[in-house]
Design a protein around this ligand. Structure first.
Ligand code: ADP
Ligand code: ASP
Ligand code: MG
Length: 395
């Protein structure tokens, strides 16, 4: 039996100004007035985390990971306090808690930590006093009490984890689009909104770059069967419910990943570079091998860190972007995708096959055009269109 409790998470744009924080407060009050307990998770105000990262980089181009967490956690602390003030001002008792105060424990992997345990006693104590509890997203503390953060976009994961441990009826992720689309609606104007999306497809979308949901958030909800919904904080609507275990075979979505890099390395150095990559905690990287060289495909910022230690083993580097077609049937259509892109003067540098998807590595300037071409020739024409109303709010 679920508890009559809802977890609502509001992302950066949704708390991007004092006016928007007041709107969020009103929305939270409406949820409370249905008689349910409400736990709210907030992100930093839009642009704030980037501003803090930039400040850190002005001091040190590769900032100390522990100190970066101390700095970045401050962003969410601002939002939670302002929202709590707004709620109290409107006559609804609320209390804000940092990750540490909410007793969210993580491992010690600074900048990309994983939640290991939540002791809900403090949150429960305030809920028992009929208070709205606001928790700072994206942060926790390790066993030594040091502040950690969960990786960019990590507030989604805070919300879903709290929904899981509190046995909430639903975890609602409020953001600046009104649900999950077949591709990023800011890039592909024909993208279609799904009323529902199954867990395997959503997981693959998030894994391949669709930042509408943080990957560990989807994994947690899937594993613990937390009802998870993505909705707009600007418009009313039912959003997208993530539900079901069965992925459809057809291509369901297109995920984009910008700011990626290929590092070309002599075959004799692959083992050493692989070890250094592991020591730095760069786990999201893929090796592409050909006859003479091996290339490591990874995020540009991880590549900057890795390059500091492997500079002399590097033969060449290239900025790239990735476009992933999601659906088991996509794998067999690689040559069709290549032809479609070639017709638009876009060359495919590499293909990477996965169980449920195929990724095309292309030049970064071509990514938006490639997304439109592949999306409109696959998703739209394959009859997957389910809803065509779109609400996008610029942050
Ligand atoms: P928040 O700050 O609320 O966490 P994010 O910027 O992290 O918001 O995520 C929302 C953004 O995700 C949207 O503005 C959209 O540009 C992007 N996005 C990428 N892929 C998708 C998709 N398939 N469906 C919806 N939004 C997507
Ligand atoms: N503020 C953090 C970020 O910008 C976490 C989040 O928004 O979920 O990545
Ligand atoms: Mg996000």
């Amino acid at each position: 039996m679920k508890r009559p409790l809802i977890v609502q998470k509001f992302g950066g744009t949704s708390v991007g100004s004092v006016e928007r924080i007041r709107n969020v407060a009103e929305q939270v009050i409406r949820a409370k007035q249905t008689g349910k307990q409400v736990v709210v998770v907030v992100s930093a105000m839009s642009g704030e985390t980037n501003r803090l990262v930039d400040l850190a980089k002005q001091v040190d181009s590769v900032p100390n990971a522990r100190e970066l967490d101390v700095l970045l956690a401050a962003g969410e602390q601002v939002s939670m306090a302002l929202l709590s003030m707004a709620l109290n001002k409107l006559g609804h008792a609320a209390v804000s808690l940092t990750g540490a105060q909410a007793q969210i424990t993580t491992n010690s992997r600074h900048n990309n930590a994983t939640i290991s345990h939540v002791d809900t006693s403090v949150i429960d104590q305030y809920l028992d006093q009929d208070k709205i509890v606001i928790v700072a997203g994206f942060q926790g503390v390790n066993e030594s009490g040091d502040i950690t953060t969960l990786g960019r976009g990590g507030s989604d994961t805070t919300a879903v984890t709290l929904a899981g441990v509190l046995n909430a009826e639903e975890c609602q992720i409020y953001t600046d689009v009104d649900g999950v689309y077949s591709c990023d609606p800011r890039v592909v104007t024909n993208a279609v909104k799904w009323p529902e999306i199954d867990f395997p497809t959503m997981h693959e979308m998030a894994r391949k770059g669709a930042k509408v949901l943080h990957l560990p958030c989807v994994s947690y909800a899937w594993q613990h069967q937390v009802p998870l919904r993505v909705l707009s904080s600007f418009e009313s609507g039912h959003g997208t419910l993530v539900v079901g275990e069965q992925a459809k075979a057809q291509v369901q979505g297109v995920a984009l990943r910008k700011q990626m890099r290929l590092l070309k390395i002599a075959k004799s150095h692959v083992d050493v570079v692989d070890k250094q990559k592991e020591m730095l905690g760069v786990d999201e990287a893929e090796w592409l091998h050909d006859e003479h060289f091996s290339q490591l495909l990874l995020k540009s910022d991880c590549s900057d860190r890795l390059k500091l230690v492997i500079e002399n083993k590097l033969v060449a580097e290239q900025d790239v972007a990735l476009i992933t077609m999601i659906g088991v049937e996509a794998i067999a259509q690689a040559s069709q995708y290549q032809q479609l892109l070639n017709h638009s003067d876009i060359s495919v540098l590499h293909f990477c096959e996965d169980k449920h998807s195929i990724t095309l590595v292309i030049e970064p300037e071509a990514i938006d055009k490639a997304a439109v071409v592949l999306h409109d020739n696959t998703i739209i024409t394959s009859g997957t269109v389910v809803e065509d109303v779109k609400q996008v709010h610029l942050g």
